[in-house]
Write a protein that binds this ligand. Structure first.
Ligand SMILES: [Zn+2]
Length: 102
């Protein structure tokens, strides 16, 4: 008799447990990531200022994940604007809210 029968686990229980096990395996990695978020080392990619405790980060890339960190919203906006420009998606009226067209 297996554990499943002994504990009267349903298939749903099993899938939840295996999901939980996966998360537990990923815990040290997550903890390290959280630690790095709490103690930001490094500088804002836009202005080079030391990152404050509350900063912004943008993750991008599909195969190689990159993370750009910003000291504030203005630097994040500047980065997105630069990115859009580089991709030829310039929005000259980025400051104005978009017309929803209703
Ligand atoms: Zn900055």
């Amino acid at each position: 008799m297996g554990l499943k029968d002994t504990l009267k686990l349903t298939d749903e229980d099993i899938s939840i447990l295996s999901l939980l096990a996966q998360h537990l395996k990923a815990m040290p990695e997550l903890a390290e990531e959280k630690r790095r978020e709490a103690n930001p080392e490094g500088e804002c990619v836009i202005c080079g200022a030391q990152l404050p405790f509350h900063h912004y980060a943008l993750e991008f890339g599909t195969h190689i994940r990159k993370r750009a960190r910003f000291c504030g919203l203005d630097c994040l906006q500047a980065f997105i604007h630069e990115l859009a420009e580089a991709k030829g998606l310039t929005q000259p009226t980025a400051q104005t809210p978009h017309d929803t067209g209703e």
